[in-house]
Design a protein around this ligand. Structure first.
Ligand code: SDX
Length: 428
C-alpha cells in the first residue's frame, strides 16, 4: 500500500500521507486538508469513519472479534488477571510487578476516604433518583473537596488524582446504591482486595459481619475487567473531549458517566433486563419483540444486540455468556430470563434481518443476568459498567494529556439561512 492518498477537487489533485498503526490499520492524515484546499473539510456524523486520535491502549478488530488491552487478549486477562492489575496495565502500559501492584493498592486505599460533607450532597437527592445521575453529580462534586486535583499537569499530580478517583469512586457507587436501598452508608475494609472491598461496601448489613463469597467476587472481578476499556467509544470520547480543554480528571469522568447512561450505550444493560422481563411477562413471546425490532416504524431495538464496531461476536459477550451459566450454577440460581435470552439470541442469529446487518449480542446482552444473580438491582447495572470503565477513562484521559493533544473542536457543514436583514417585531 502506497504511503499516499490522492484526492481530486475541481480538477485539482491533493496528496495526503497515510498513517499505518502497529496492527496495520490505515488512516488518511488530513491534518492539512482545510488549509491546502482553501476550506474543504470532511463530513462523518457519528465518526463512523473518522479516527479522533492515535492510541496505544486498546486494540479491537470488529470483523475478527478481537479485543486486547495493551496487547494482552481479553480472554487471557479475564482468565488470569484481577481487576486492579488490569487498571494498572491500562493506565501505565505494563502489567505490574508484585511490589508495584502492592504500592498502587496502598496508595488507592490511602485515598478511599470520602469527605463526610459529601453525604450532605447525597442526602439532597430524592431516594428514587437514578443512580447514574447521582454518581455523575457526586463525581463532579469530588473536585470541591480535592482542589489540588483540578489542574493536573505533571505526571505526579496526575498520579495523585488517579489514585484518588480509584479510591473514592467505589465508595460513591456503593453509597449511591445504599441510599436507594435505605441502608446506612458503609465504609470499606482495607484488609479486603479492591473488588471484595467494593462488594462489602455494597452489601454489608448493619447488624451482621460481611461474609465474603468467592463466586460473587470472582464474577464481579471478571465483569469489571471485561468493561475496563473499549478504545474510542461514546463515553471515552466524551472524557477525552472534556479533558482536552484541560478540565480536571474528575469532571471529565463525570461527563463520561453521563454519556454512558444513554440506552444506546452503557444504559443498554439495564434496558436488556427490562426487555427480557417484558418478554417473560408477555408469556415468553420472543417473536413479537423480534418483529418490533425489525419494524422501521417502531423505535424499539433489540437491546444488547448490534455494535458500532463489532460486526461479529463481541468477544466480551462470549465470555460473559459462559460466566452467566457458571455463576448461576455455582449460586444454585435458576433464572428463567437466561433461557429467554438464549432463545432470543438463537432466533436473532438465524434471522436474515440481523444476519444481513451483522447484529450480534454485545457486552450488555448477558451482563445483566450475572449482575442480577450477584444481587445487584437493575438500576445499578450501568453504574457497574461505569466502575468497570473507570480505568479505561483514566488511561485514555492520561494518554491524551501526556501526548499534549489539541483541544477537541470538530468542524461542521452549515445548512441554515443565508444572510438576511433584521425585522422589527411589528413586521414579523
Ligand atoms: C456499548 O462503542 C462501544 O465500544 C460501546 C461499548 C463499550 O464497551 O463502550 O461496546 C458498549 O455501548 C454496547 C452497545 C449497547 N447498545 C445496545 O445494545 C443498544 C442496541 N444497539 C443499537 O442501538 C445499535 O446497534 C448501536 C447503537 C449499538 C450501534 O448502532 P450503529 O452502529 O449506529 O448502527 P445503526 O444504528 O446505523 O444500525 C445499522 C442497521 C439499522 O438498520 P437499517 O437502517 O440499515 O435498516 O442495523 C439496525 C438499524 O436499525 N440495528 C438494529 C439494532 N442495532 C442496529 N435493529 C434492531 N435492533 C438493534 N439492536
Amino acid at each position: 500500500m502506497s504511503g499516499i492518498a490522492s484526492l481530486e477537487i475541481d480538477g485539482k489533485k491533493y496528496d495526503f500521507p497515510l498513517t499505518v498503526g502497529t496492527e496495520n490499520e490505515v488512516a488518511i492524515d488530513i491534518n492539512t486538508l482545510r488549509s491546502v484546499t482553501n476550506g474543504v473539510t470532511t463530513l462523518d456524523p457519528g465518526y463512523k469513519n473518522t479516527g479522533a486520535c492515535e492510541s496505544a491502549i486498546t486494540f479491537l478488530d470488529g470483523e475478527k472479534g478481537i479485543l486486547r488491552y495493551r496487547g494482552y487478549s481479553i480472554e487471557e486477562l479475564a482468565e488470569k488477571a484481577d481487576f486492579l492489575e488490569v487498571c494498572y496495565l491500562l493506565i501505565f502500559g505494563e502489567l505490574p510487578s508484585r511490589d508495584e501492584l502492592q504500592k498502587f493498592h496502598n496508595d488507592i486505599r490511602e485515598q478511599s476516604i470520602v469527605a463526610e460533607d459529601m453525604k450532605k450532597i447525597l442526602d439532597g437527592f430524592p431516594q428514587a433518583a437514578h443512580p447514574m445521575g447521582v454518581l455523575s453529580s457526586l463525581t463532579s462534586a469530588l473536585i470541591a473537596f480535592n482542589p489540588s486535583s483540578v489542574n493536573v499537569d505533571s505526571e505526579e499530580d496526575m498520579y495523585r488524582a488517579i489514585v484518588r478517583i480509584l479510591g473514592k469512586f467505589p465508595v460513591l457507587t456503593a453509597w449511591t446504591y445504599r441510599k436507594r436501598a435505605g441502608l446506612p452508608l458503609d465504609y470499606g475494609d482495607d484488609t479486603l482486595n479492591y473488588v471484595e472491598n467494593f462488594l462489602k461496601m455494597m452489601f454489608k448489613k448493619p447488624h451482621s459481619d460481611y461474609k465474603r463469597n468467592e463466586v460473587v467476587s470472582n464474577a464481579m472481578d471478571k465483569l469489571l475487567i471485561l468493561h475496563a476499556d473499549h478504545e474510542q467509544n461514546c463515553s471515552t470520547s466524551t472524557v477525552r473531549m472534556v479533558g482536552s480543554s484541560h478540565a480536571g480528571l474528575f469532571v471529565s469522568i463525570s461527563a463520561g458517566i453521563s454519556a454512558l447512561w444513554g440506552p444506546l450505550h452503557g444504559g443498554a444493560n439495564q434496558a436488556v433486563i427490562e426487555m427480557l422481563e417484558a418478554i417473560k411477562a408477555d408469556g415468553g413471546d420472543t417473536k413479537k419483540y423480534m418483529a418490533k425490532a425489525k419494524d422501521k416504524n417502531d423505535p424499539f431495538r433489540l437491546m444488547g444486540f448490534g455494535h458500532r464496531v463489532y460486526k461479529n461476536f463481541d468477544p466480551r459477550a462470549k465470555i460473559i455468556k459462559k460466566a452467566a451459566d457458571e455463576v448461576l450454577n455455582d449460586l444454585g440460581i435458576d433464572d428463567p430470563i437466561l433461557e429467554i435470552a438464549k432463545g432470543l439470541e438463537k432466533e436473532a442469529l438465524e434471522d436474515p434481518y440481523f444476519v444481513d446487518r451483522k447484529l450480534y449480542p454485545n457486552v450488555d446482552f448477558y451482563s445483566g443476568i450475572i449482575y442480577r444473580a450477584l444481587g445487584i438491582p437493575v438500576e445499578m447495572f450501568t453504574p457497574m459498567f461505569a466502575l468497570g470503565r473507570l480505568p479505561g477513562w483514566i488511561a485514555q484521559w492520561r494518554e491524551m494529556r501526556l501526548r499534549k493533544e489539541p483541544i477537541g473542536r470538530p468542524r461542521q457543514v452549515y445548512i441554515g439561512e443565508n444572510l438576511r436583514a433584521f425585522k422589527d417585531i411589528d413586521y414579523r
